[in-house]
Every structure is written in C-alpha cells, then in structure tokens.
Ligand binder design. Structure first.
Ligand code: ADP
Length: 673
C-alpha cells in the first residue's frame, strides 16, 4: 500500500526540528540534574553513615571509659582492705600500677591529706619529680573535699604538669576516702594521665583514621590519642563524661582516608557508572536523532521531488490494493475522471469512473487479475472510463504489480492514458483518407465523363448532321409527310441540346479556369432550364421559376453554378418521382438579401420540391461523397454542390418545405453596384 504523506513546508519542518532539539536539550538537562542530585544524595548518605559510625564509636568509647573507671575505683578500694602496712600497701600499689598504665602515681594520705605512702608508675619517670607535688595540692584537696562530702570517690579538674622532656602531661586526681566505722581514716589518691587513660581504655578499639580526645566544655583540648592521617573530610562526635567532681567532653574525630577517593563506596560508584552509562546512551540517542533528522530531511526532499514529478505528469496514476480498493491517485488521474482524490481513495468495486454498463465486465476482469489469473499485457490494454459528468472516454491502461520494501506484492499500480484525442486524430486521418479515396474516385469519374463526352460528341454531331441532311432531302421530296419534317427537326434540336449538355459536363469536369463573371440570375436559369425541362417533361413535373425584377448580377463561375442548380433540380424531381407525388412541382426562386454591414449583398437561390423530405438518418450524411439512397446514384451531387458554393464564399443549407418536401438554398455573392 502506498500512502503519500504530504511533505511539510520548510517553515514547519524547521519548527518541528527545533522543537525536537529543544526537547532533547531539556531531556539532557534533566538527566544531568538528576545525576548530579543522585551523586550528591549518595555522597550525603555516605557522609551520614560515616557520621553515625563516629557517634556510635564515641558512645561505645564513653561506656568503655565509664566501666573502666568504675572498675579502677573498685581495685583502689581493694588496695586499702585489711589495714595494710605501708610496705604491703606499696607492694600492692606497685602491682596495681603495673597493671594500669593510666595511673602515674598512687598515694596513701592521712585524714589531713598528709602523705603516708606513695608509689610512682614504673612505666615513666616520676611525674612530680621535677616540680614537686605541691603544685598539685589544690587539685588533691578539691577532689578529697568533694569525696568526703560525697562519701564516695571524686575527681578533681585536670591540671597540666610540665615534664623534663619539654612536653607535659594533663593529669586528673582521683580521691577515694577511707572510712572505718563511720570515721575517716585517710584517702587513696590516684593520679590519672588523661592521655594514657585514652590510650588504654579506648585505644585498642580505635581505627587508624580516628582521633579521640578529652576537651573542656569550651573546646580546649586536654589530651588526645591517635593521630589520624588527615583527610579531606572530618566527622566529629562528642559525648559528655561527667564524673563526680569533674566533667569533660569525650570527642572523636574521624577522617576520610587521606588519599582522595573517587568512588568512596559502592553506591556512589554504582550511581556514577550508571550516570556515565546514561549520558552515553543520551549522547548516542542524540547522535541517532541527528542522523534520523538528516534521513527525514532527505526523505522529505525525495517526497517533495516525487510529488512534483507526479503533479507534473499528464499520465494518470492509480494504485489499488489486493482487495481492489483505490489507495492512491495522482492529480492527472483526478483531472482525467473529474473526481477528487477524496472521492476516489478507499473506493472498492465498482469504481466511480466505471461506466455502469461495463461495471460487471470490469469487475470480472479485476477479479481474475487479483487471483493472479492473467498478467496484464506489457503494452497495456484499452478500456473505457466515465467522467463525473457521465461522458465516456477511451483510455489505455498499463498495469504493473506494486511491490513493497519486503518484496511482497501489495497491489497494482496503473498508468492511465486518455486516448480520446488520439482517437479523434485517428478518426480525422481515417476521414481524410476516405476523402482522398473519394477524390481519387472523383478524378476517375471526371476522366470517364470527359472521355464519354468526347466519345459522344462525335455520334451526336453525326446524328445532328444526318438529321439536317434528312430535312434538306425532305425539302426536295415532292410530297413528304409534314410530321416527318417536324420529327426530323426535333431530332436535330435534341441532338444539339445533348451536345451542349455534354459540353457543360465536360467543362465542369475539366474544371475550366475559375474565372468569375457577372451573370444575371435569369441567364443562369436560361442555361439550365432546357435540360431541366427535358427531365421534367418525362417525369411529369411542373417547373416554375420566380425571379423578381431588378436583381443584381451574381459573381460566379457560371458553368459550375449552373451544375449546382441542375443537380438540385434533378434531385428534387427524382425525389418526387420516387415518392410518386400526385402533383409534382419544382419551384426555383431567386432573391436578393439585404446588404451586410460590410455593404455586401448576396443572392439566394432556392430549389423547392414537394417530395418526401429527407429522413433524419440521411440528413447526417447528405453531403458525404458517395452517399446515396438511389440504386443507380453516385452520391456525388450534393457534395460537389457544397464545394462549389463554398468556393464562392456562400453556404448551402436545406430545410423542410411546407406542407411537404425539401428546400435547398444556397447563396452567391452579388456584384457590387
Ligand atoms: P445522388 O443524387 O447521386 O444520390 P446526391 O448527393 O445528389 O447523390 O444526393 C444524396 C442523397 O440525398 C440522395 O440519394 C437522396 O436520398 C437525398 N436527397 C437529395 N436531394 C433530395 C431531395 N430534394 N429530397 C429528398 N432527398 C434528397
């Protein structure tokens, strides 16, 4: 099936391609925005996960720290059980210090905070060796006062103790009161190194990229553990460690790995890969669209070219599917049949341009064609179509199967040629050929007539001279029969008349020089009346000629016009004779017409009879050479008459006579006054 889509005008095409591109651009922008959002969200998610991890870690660290401190308090209490001597206390304390690296020193003090015994951590040089313990006394007093008040262990605010190596230690004093039966007996003071506290309690679980520190509420860092390799992003979390007598903030900083990571986690990597894939697909789609647009453009150009070609064709084109429905017609076909494309498309059988009387025949022919019964002849076949106004016209149809892109036949394509003009030309050439033949026959007839007249002249002259001789002889005869003399004179007269007739025929046939001369109408009639009368008498026809006076002369080739009059008169008489008219009458009339605008005048001759008139079917062919209804007729008379009259610029017409018969009229130019 071929359907023609009408190509868009260039303006619209540009607009639609622009719209398509703008859609693509919009899609691209949206996809990029979506991808950026996705990557951003993925990164944020990742950050939130990292943040949550740090928070969890700091919470874990805090709870570890608390339980460790509690455990430490219990161990310190155990140190004092059973009223130990100073030596045992020291030994016990030394053992404890070896187990707890976070302690830098353990002291046993009396109720008045006087030092009873002390042991320094074996892991470092004694902390207070250089500056003395006195500097820390306020903290010890603070812790022990609080402890006494609480009747439980208490901590002091941390304090910094510079060391010999130029660094220093942030220390925190823990004071544990010793109560014996409601009476305060002394204190155990443990000095914590905050850095070591962090290292021992939290350090083992910490990752390499984490840093844990104690800070004050205002953010001042007191001690820290673990130096992370600094990365680009830091995640921080802090928890409050409130101890009796002291409150600190435990803070954890976690860094992303120091080397910048392109794909920090699977999700981001996945999203990135998908984004790249999406952008690639988008790019490929764009490329494809560009190619498609180009192809579309080419196709539209090809279509426009095809349409221009079809529109310029004078050959009608028609496509039909395998069901016989019209699927395509070109403008030339529409013009040919007079139906619009809308009226034709989709029409099945019978097609609107089939003449109804042939519809059945065409339907059968088409059915055979559709079943693959007969291949249409390559040179085409002739048929008859009908225009919308009902007129029929011959066409030449050349059909070919319509094959689609898959190589399947989908219908038939026909080229239709209107051959009525061709037919008209053929008819014309046939007619002119016939006329040529007729002329050839006429020439032969003319030659024969010429020969006959020549041959008959001799015997006629002989008859005349014999008749005249016989009259002379009779004059010298003593008593001749008077009738015999009359008869002889008649023979001589008729022979002479016959000679004149033959001469006039001879002259006509030879087409004597067409010299026009000015003749009176009377002169013309006088020349033919003897011959007319000859036949009229034989057939019993009354001949009447009516000529008004004062007619102008007529300019004509005299002999030929005489032949015209003679022919018309003869036809009239023969018609009346054949019809056995009771009172046959022949009226020859001449009248002058009024002057035309150009000042010309015409003489109109009419030959009227009261015969049978002319039958309708005869009228059509009356002037055709060799058309006759008579057994011995030649059928040349009227055709010759018309030629002669028309050569003079006149017209030969006929009309019915009243009450019956026919009038032939012809006009000849009058001589200018
Ligand atoms: P022909 O006389 O040899 O038949 P024409 O050309 O003179 O040839 O006439 C052609 C035909 O026209 C005649 O055969 C006759 O049928 C018809 N015809 C001519 N004149 C008359 C007439 N006056 N009345 C009736 N029919 C006529």
């Amino acid at each position: 099936m071929t359907t023609l889509s009408i190509p868009l005008p260039p303006g619209l095409r540009r607009a639609s391609s622009w719209r398509r591109w703008s859609l693509w651009i919009l899609l691209g922008v949206l996809v990029v925005a979506l991808l950026v959002t996705l990557v951003y969200l993925a990164a944020r998610y990742e950050a939130s996960v990292a943040q949550a991890n740090v928070e969890r870690d700091v919470a874990d660290a805090l709870s570890d720290m608390r339980s460790a401190l509690t455990r430490n308090v219990q161990e310190l209490q155990a140190l004092q059980s059973g009223h130990p001597s100073r030596e045992t206390w020291r030994a016990h304390a030394d053992t404890l210090l070896r187990q707890h690296r976070e302690w830098v020193r353990l002291e046993w003090r009396g109720p008045g905070l006087e030092l009873l015994a002390e042991v320094d951590s074996p892991f470092r040089t004694p902390v207070f060796e250089r500056l003395g313990r006195a500097n820390s006394l306020p903290e010890i007093q603070q812790a022990c006062t609080t402890a006494r008040r609480l009747s439980s262990h208490a901590y002091a605010r941390s304090h910094f103790v510079p060391q010999a190596d130029g660094l220093g230690l942030e220390l925190m004093e823990l004071c544990l009161p010793q109560v014996d039966v409601g009476r305060l007996t002394g204190f155990v003071v443990a000095t914590y190194s905050l850095t070591d506290l962090l290292a021992t309690q939290v350090g083992p679980q910490m990752g390499r990229s984490q840093e844990i520190s104690f800070t004050e509420a205002d953010g001042t860092r007191l001690a820290m553990h673990g130096l992370a390799r600094r990365g680009l992003r830091v995640f921080s979390a802090q928890q409050l460690l409130d101890l009796p007598g002291n409150t600190m903030v435990l803070r954890m900083d976690s860094w992303r790995r120091s080397e910048p990571d392109l794909f920090p986690n699977v999700l981001t990597a996945l999203v990135t890969v998908m984004s790249i894939a999406l952008v690639t697909v988008l790019f490929m789609l764009g490329h494809d669209t560009r190619r498609r647009l180009r192809v579309e453009q080419d196709l539209a150009d090809a279509l426009a070219f095809r349409k221009a070609m079809e529109d310029s064709l004078v050959t009608g084109l028609r496509a039909r599917d395998l069901q016989g429905r019209t699927t395509y017609v070109n403008p030339a076909f529409c013009q040919m049949v007079g139906f619009s494309a809308e009226e034709l498309l989709g029409q099945g059988n019978p097609a609107p341009y089939w003449p109804p009387e042939r519809a059945e025949e065409y339907g059968k022919r088409q059915a055979v064609r559709l079943t693959g019964g007969n291949r249409p002849p390559r040179e085409g076949f002739e048929s008859v179509f009908m225009r919308k106004d009902g007129t029929r016209f011959p066409v030449l149809i050349i059909e070919a199967p319509l094959i689609n892109a898959q190589g399947l036949q989908t219908g038939w394509m026909s080229a239709v040629l209107d051959i009525s003009e061709q037919r008209r030309v053929e008819e014309l050439s046939r007619a002119s050929h016939e006329r040529l033949q007729a002329t050839a026959r006429l020439a032969t007839v003319g030659e024969m007539a010429s020969l006959l007249s020549h041959e008959l002249n001799q015997p006629l002259a002989a008859i005349a001279s014999y008749a005249n001789g016989s009259i002379n002889l009779l004059q010298h005869t003593p008593a001749p029969a008077p009738d015999l003399q009359v008869a002889m004179r008649r023979i001589a007269e008729q022979a002479d008349r016959a000679g004149r007739v033959i001469k006039s025929v001879h002259d006509f046939v030879r087409r004597r020089d067409q010299a026009r001369e000015a003749v009176t109408a009377q002169g013309l009639l006088d020349a033919i009346l003897p011959l007319v009368n000859l036949q009229a008498r034989k057939l019993g026809v009354r001949v009447e000629s009516r000529l008004p006076d004062g007619l102008p002369r007529v300019l004509c080739d005299r002999t030929m016009v005489e032949q015209v009059l003679l022919n018309l008169a003869r036809n009239a008489m023969q018609a009346m004779d054949e019809a056995h008219v009771a009172q046959p009458e022949l009226v020859i009339q001449v009248r002058a017409t009024a002057a035309t605008e150009a000042g010309r005048r015409w003489l109109e001759f009419s030959v009227a009879d009261c015969g049978p008139g002319i039958a309708e079917e005869v009228k059509q062919q009356l002037f055709t050479p060799f058309f006759t209804t008579k057994a011995e007729g030649m059928g040349l008379g009227l055709s010759l008459c018309r030629t002669v009259v028309e050569q003079h610029g006149g017209q030969l017409v006929f009309e019915p006579n009243q009450p019956q018969g026919t009038i032939f009229r012809f006009t000849l130019p009058a001589q200018m006054a």
